[in-house]
Design a protein around this ligand. Sequence first.
Ligand SMILES: [Zn+2]
Length: 140
Amino acid sequence: MKEQNDCIFCNFEDRYVIAQTDLSLATYFPRAIKKGHFVVAVKEHLPTFTDLNEEQIKDLSALALKLAKIAQNLIGAEKYYLAAIGDLDRHFHIHFLPKMPTDTPMGKHIMLESGWKGEVGESVSEDDVMQFIQSLRKAC
Ligand SMILES: [Zn+2]
């Protein structure tokens, strides 16, 4: 993990590492947006979800599930939101953001009419949705 490069995940200080396996790493995130925000990442430079193999997915998922259950109970979170954007780093990673009982639900800000639009989101017709579903089913 300790490579000579500018990669944030390769250079995490040990004091920020929560847990790790041979394949995955869980850390406190230096730019955490709230208490309880942590990140689980693959150790290799594999930036997107589809770069990972099944072994890496299973390892990352097992570590993430274990930590999220513990953290949720520890801080009294109602649940954890998960976000995997991956535009800036070379390691696929998932952000775990706690939803506390008093927090406003994020779903309506992301998925409903007031949510992701403009540069990120767009309106999708029912036909487009059904066509995507059918194409994906056929390809499976
Ligand atoms: Zn790296």
